[in-house]
Design a protein around this ligand. Structure first.
Ligand SMILES: [Zn+2]
Length: 413
C-alpha cells in the first residue's frame, strides 16, 4: 500500500534504541518531529492568538472533538471550511476522538498519568459508581453533556463522522480510555472493545473519505490501550499495527490511556517495538518536561498536552531549574525575566514582578503572558531534543537538562 496522498512521514535520523527525527507532511503543512503540539481544546489556545502560537514555534495545534461536537457543533465547523480555516490556524491540526473526555466525565480521572499504580486498590470503581455521567457498552458510550446535562451517544462511527466534519489533518480512532483504578479483567475487556472499535473506525473513515472526496486527506491514527500490562499493551499494538479493513490501515498511532509515570518509558517501548517503525507515534496528553524526554527516547514523534497552558493560568511557569508560581510574594520585586535563558516574547519584554502584579490583580494579560512563556518553553525543549537527535547529542541534552531541572515545584523561599 503506497503512502496516502497528502500525508507522509519520513524518518531522517535514528538514534540507538527507538528515538528518531523526521518530517510529517499534511495537506496544511509540515511538522519536523519530534515536536510538541499545543492544545486548542475548543479551537483556541486559551488567551493566545494563533499568530502568536506560530511565532513561538508551534508547528501544529490539537483541538478536542468532544468539546467541538457540543459547541459549536461539527456541522458549523464543516460549513466554515474546516477547523484550520475556522480558527485561523493555517498549519496542521489534530483532533482527539472524544473518547477520553466522554469517558472521564464524572469519573474523576483527570490524572491519567498517576505517580504510582501500586497505591490503587484493585476495585472496579467505575462499575460501582452509580453517579457516573458516561456508560460504556460494546457498541459505544452514552454520556451526559457537561454543558447542559443532555444525553448524547458516541460510537466509533459517530466519532469518525464528527472528526471528518471538523476536518483536522490527523484524527484519532475512538477508543475506550481506562484508568489505573480499573481491574485487570476490565482492562482486558477495554482492549478488546477498543480493537473492535478500531475496525469500525477504519470502515467509517473510508466511507467518509469516499463520500467527501473534495475534502483534504485526513490521516487516521489508531489508539493503543492496555494500561500498565505488558501483554495487553503488546497485543493491542500488534493488532492495531497489522489491522487492515475496507482496504486501509492506520496512518499512525496514538499511545493513550492509563500510564503509570514510573513505567512510562517501559510502556512506550513495549508498544513501539510492536508497531510498524515507519509510521508516526503520538503520545496522548503527556507534557511534563521529564516525561517528554522519556517519550522521545522511546520513539515518540508528537506530543500534545494541556498542562503548559493550564498551569500558566494558575501562575505556574517553567524554568530550566523547575517550575514556580510567579504570583508568590518573593517575586513581587524581581525585575528579571521568568527564565533568563528563554527567548519568548514574555521573557524578552516583561519581568517576574510585572507578572506577579498581573496575577495578583486578576488581569487577563497575566494568562496570556504566562501561556506564551510556558508553551514556548515546552515547544523549544522538544525542538532542542530534535536538534540533538540530529547531531547525536540527545543523551547529553537529556542528562544535562535533568541534572538541573527539579520535577517538584521550585520553592519560592
Ligand atoms: Zn519565556
Amino acid at each position: 500500500m503506497g503512502a496516502p496522498e497528502g500525508f507522509t512521514f519520513k524518518i531522517s535520523h535514528t538514534e540507538k534504541g527507538l528515538a528518531r527525527a523526521g518530517t510529517i507532511s499534511t495537506p496544511h503543512g509540515k511538522m519536523e518531529t519530534p515536536c510538541f503540539v499545543p492544545v486548542a481544546t475548543k479551537a483556541t489556545v486559551k488567551s493566545v492568538l494563533p499568530e502568536t502560537m506560530k511565532e513561538l514555534g508551534s508547528q501544529a495545534l490539537l483541538a478536542n472533538a468532544y468539546h467541538l461536537y457540543l459547541q459549536p457543533g461539527p456541522d458549523v465547523i464543516d460549513e466554515a471550511g474546516g477547523l484550520s480555516k475556522f480558527m485561523n490556524w493555517p498549519g496542521p491540526t489534530f483532533t482527539d476522538s472524544g473518547g477520553f473526555q466522554v469517558l472521564s466525565l464524572g469519573m474523576g480521572f483527570k490524572k491519567v498519568l498517576a505517580m504510582d499504580a501500586s497505591t490503587f486498590r484493585a476495585d472496579d470503581v467505575i462499575a460501582l459508581n452509580k453517579d457516573r455521567l458516561a456508560h460504556v457498552d460494546d457498541d459505544g458510550v452514552t454520556f451526559k453533556s457537561h454543558l447542559d446535562g443532555a444525553m448524547h451517544r458516541f460510537t466509533p462511527e459517530i466519532s469518525m463522522q464528527v472528526q471528518h466534519q471538523i476536518g483536522a489533518d490527523i484524527i484519532f480512532a475512538f477508543d475506550e480510555c481506562t484508568t489505573l483504578h480499573n481491574t485487570r479483567r476490565y482492562q482486558e475487556g477495554a482492549v478488546d472493545r477498543t480493537t473492535a472499535w478500531a475496525i469500525r473506525c477504519l470502515d467509517e473513515h473510508q466511507r467518509q473519505s469516499q463520500s467527501r472526496k473534495d475534502s483534504p486527506y485526513q490521516a487516521l491514527f489508531g489508539v493503543i490501550q492496555g494500561a500498565q500490562y505488558e501483554d495487553l499493551r503488546r497485543r493491542a499494538a500488534k493488532n492495531l499495527g497489522e489491522m487492515v479493513s475496507s482496504g486501509i490501515s492506520f496512518d499512525g498511532f496514538g499511545i493513550g490511556g492509563a500510564l503509570d509515570k514510573g513505567q512510562l518509558g517501559t510502556i512506550i517501548s513495549w508498544v513501539n517495538q510492536e508497531l510498524p517503525e515507519d509510521k508516526p507515534k503520538h503520545l496522548l496528553g503527556i507534557g511534563a518536561p521529564e516525561d517528554l524526554f522519556v517519550g522521545v527516547a522511546n520513539g515518540i514523534d508528537t506530543f500534545d498536552c494541556v498542562l503548559a497552558s493550564r498551569i500558566a493560568r494558575t501562575s505556574a511557569v517553567y524554568t530550566m531549574e523547575g517550575r514556580f508560581n510567579v504570583s508568590n510574594a518573593p517575586y513581587r520585586r524581581q525585575f528579571v525575566p521568568i527564565d533568563d535563558e528563554c527567548d519568548c516574547y514574555t521573557c524578552l519584554h516583561y519581568t517576574r514582578g510585572y507578572l506577579n502584579h498581573l496575577f495578583r490583580g486578576k488581569e487577563i494579560l497575566a494568562a496570556t503572558l504566562a501561556t506564551i512563556h510556558n508553551e514556548r518553553f515546552i515547544v523549544r525543549l522538544v525542538d532542542q531534543m530534535r536538534d540533538a537527535l540530529k547531531d547525536g547529542s540527545f543523551l547529553d541534552l537529556r542528562s544535562d537538562f535533568l541534572a538541573r531541572y527539579s520535577v517538584r515545584p521550585v520553592s519560592s523561599d
